[in-house]
Design a protein. Structure first.
Length: 79
């Protein structure tokens, strides 16, 4: 089981996976923060910093997971 986990982690650390996940996290995170904390960002309320960062972290994790699944699929099919 540890070998599989190590293999999956190595795929997560591929530069193309990280670059893509960062781009997606920035775009989606900004949109989510505008939606979820718009009043705080415009000064009418206080910013919830844990939520602010989670709005970036969650799309990063989802994009990374999706890219790793895609990479595994390509490697299994030999493409």
């Amino acid at each position: 089981m540890n070998a599989k986990l190590g293999y999956y982690c190595s795929l997560c650390l591929l530069p193309k996976v990280i670059r893509n996940a960062i781009k997606i996290a920035l775009v989606v995170g900004i949109v989510l923060n505008l939606i979820n904390q718009g009043s705080a960002l415009w000064g009418a309320a206080s910013i919830s910093w844990p939520h602010f960062f989670m709005n970036f972290l969650v799309p990063f994790c989802v994009a990374t997971y999706s890219a790793v699944k895609n990479e595994l699929s390509h490697r299994k099919s030999g493409a």
